[in-house]
Design a protein around this ligand. Structure first.
Ligand code: ZN
Length: 398
C-alpha cells in the first residue's frame, strides 16, 4: 500500500481518494476483472487483466483496505462493519478503477453463505443477524443510477472461492490429479469449500462446507454468537475464539499482553489480515486490541496463549476428523490469514490423528498453495470461467 493510503486510513477517509491517487493518464483502457475479498479484518482487491482464453493471476499485486477508527491504533473487524459500508467501499473502488480500466466483470468473495448472488447468511455484531444482503443487485442499481451498463457481477462465498482457486492452481492437486478435497478458511471465523469430482459442491442453497458451526463439544460453556450453539467449531477453534479465551484468562499487566501491544509492528499489521482484533477497552479500559496473530506469536513462549492455542488446535483436529468421516477427502487444504503459523502446520499433519482409521486419513493436509490469496484468485478465475462460458454459449447460438 502507498503512504497516501495509510494516511487516509488513519483519518478514516473514504477509499476513493487513495485509489484515485494511483490513476495515471492512460487513454487506452485495458479490459480487467476486478476481484474483491471481504476477509476478516480487510477488504482486499486485485485487478486481473482480462483476455479471452487465458486467466492470468501471477505478478498481480494485492491491494487492501482496512477500516480504521482514527481514535484507535488497530483496524476494525469486518464483522463490525455494516453491509452498506462494505458496499460503498466496493463501489468507491469500482468507480476509481473505471477511470483506468474497462471492467468486464466484478467478482466478490464474501464471508457468508451466498445463494444465486444473494448473501443469505452472515454475521455482524452491529447489524441484523442473518439478513439477506442483495449486494449484486445493489451494485447493479448503482451502475444504473449513473446511466452505466453494469458489468457482470459474481458473488460467492470466500471459502468456496478459496477451494476453486486451489482446484486450478495448487501444483500438488494438479500433479497428483486429485478430484476430491476440502479447503478450510481459518481466520476470525471458520468455513470450508468442498470439491467433489473436480467440481465445487455448493449444496441446496450455497451452504455446503459451513463446517464452523459443527458442534464439537456440546458441554462447552463457550457459545457461538453466529449459530447460538454451545461448543461449535467457531466457538472453540476460530481466531476469534483464541483471542477471546486468551484475554479472558490473562491480566492486563501480563508480560505477553504488554509485549504484544508494544512489540507489534503496526505497519505490518496494516498490510496483512490479522484474523481478528479483540478490543481491550470493555475489559481493561485501554485503547488497544489484541489480534489472533498476537496470540499465536505469544504462544511460542508464554504459558497462557500456548495453552489456549494448543486447545484450539486440538479442537481444530476434531473438526478435521469429522470432515474425514463425512467426506473422506483425498486432501485437506488450510487457508486464511493465520495459517502461516508454524504451530498449526506442525500439529495439523496427517500423522497427528492416531484415532482416525488409517484408511480415511487424507494423502496430505497442507497450507493452501496460494496462501491467503486463494479466495481472491479463485473468485477472479470463477468470474473468468463464467464469462468464457457465456462467450461459448453465444458462439454456439450463432
Ligand atoms: Zn457456531
Amino acid at each position: 500500500m502507498t503512504g497516501n493510503n495509510d494516511q487516509e486510513q488513519q483519518k478514516g477517509a473514504p477509499v476513493i481518494k487513495s485509489v484515485k491517487s494511483e490513476i495515471n493518464n492512460k487513454t487506452e483502457l485495458i479490459d480487467v476483472i476486478l476481484a474483491f475479498e471481504v476477509a476478516s479484518s480487510q477488504l482486499r482487491y486485485k485487478v486481473f487483466p482480462y483476455t479471452e482464453n487465458k486467466f492470468t493471476y501471477t505478478d498481480i499485486p494485492m491491494e487492501g483496505r482496512f477500516w480504521r477508527d482514527h481514535t484507535k491504533a488497530y483496524p476494525v473487524n469486518m464483522d463490525d462493519i455494516k453491509d452498506i459500508t462494505i458496499e460503498e467501499a466496493i463501489w468507491d473502488i469500482i468507480v476509481a478503477k473505471q477511470e483506468k480500466y474497462t471492467i468486464k466483470a466484478i467478482a466478490i468473495a464474501f464471508r457468508g453463505a451466498v445463494h444465486n448472488g444473494v448473501i443469505i447468511h452472515t454475521h455482524r455484531t452491529n447489524a441484523q443477524l442473518q439478513n439477506n444482503f442483495h449486494l449484486q443487485n445493489n451494485l447493479k442499481l448503482r451502475f444504473m443510477s449513473k446511466n452505466h451498463v453494469a458489468p457482470e457481477i459474481f458473488i460467492e462465498n470466500r471459502s468456496n472461492m478459496g477451494a476453486y482457486g486451489e482446484l486450478y492452481y495448487n501444483p500438488e492437486i494438479e500433479s497428483q490429479n486429485h478430484s476430491n478435497f476440502i479447503y478450510i478458511t481459518i481466520e476470525g471465523m471458520l468455513g470450508a469449500g468442498v470439491v467433489i469430482d473436480k467440481k465445487l459442491y455448493l449444496g441446496k442453497s450455497g451452504f455446503a462446507g459451513e463446517v464452523g458451526h459443527i458442534v464439537l463439544d456440546s458441554g462447552s460453556s463457550l457459545k457461538c454468537d453466529v449459530c447460538n450453539q454451545d461448543g461449535c467449531a467457531a466457538a472453540l477453534t476460530s481466531g476469534k475464539a483464541m483471542v477471546r479465551q486468551a484475554i479472558e484468562q490473562s491480566q492486563s499487566n501480563d508480560t505477553w499482553v504488554i509485549n504484544a501491544i508494544n512489540g507489534r509492528a503496526l505497519e505490518t499489521y496494516r498490510t496483512i489480515d490479522s484474523g481478528y482484533w479483540l478490543d481491550l477497552n470493555p475489559l481493561w479500559q485501554t485503547n488497544n486490541a489484541i489480534s489472533v496473530k498476537d496470540v499465536l506469536e505469544a504462544s511460542h513462549n508464554s504459558e497462557t496463549p500456548r495453552r489456549i492455542v494448543e486447545a484450539a488446535i486440538g479442537n481444530f483436529k476434531k473438526l478435521l476428523a469429522n470432515i474425514m468421516y463425512i467426506y473422506n477427502p483425498e486432501c485437506i487444504l488450510i487457508g486464511g490469514s493465520i495459517t502461516d503459523n508454524a504451530i498449526f502446520n506442525q500439529q495439523v499433519a496427517v500423522n497427528q490423528f492416531p484415532n482416525v482409521p488409517a484408511q480415511i486419513i487424507p494423502f496430505f493436509i497442507s497450507p493452501a498453495a496460494l496462501g491467503d490469496e486463494s479466495a481472491l484468485i479463485g473468485v477472479g478465475k470463477w468470474a473468468f470461467d463464467h464469462l468464457m462460458a457465456k462467450i461459448m454459449q453465444n458462439k454456439n447460438q450463432l
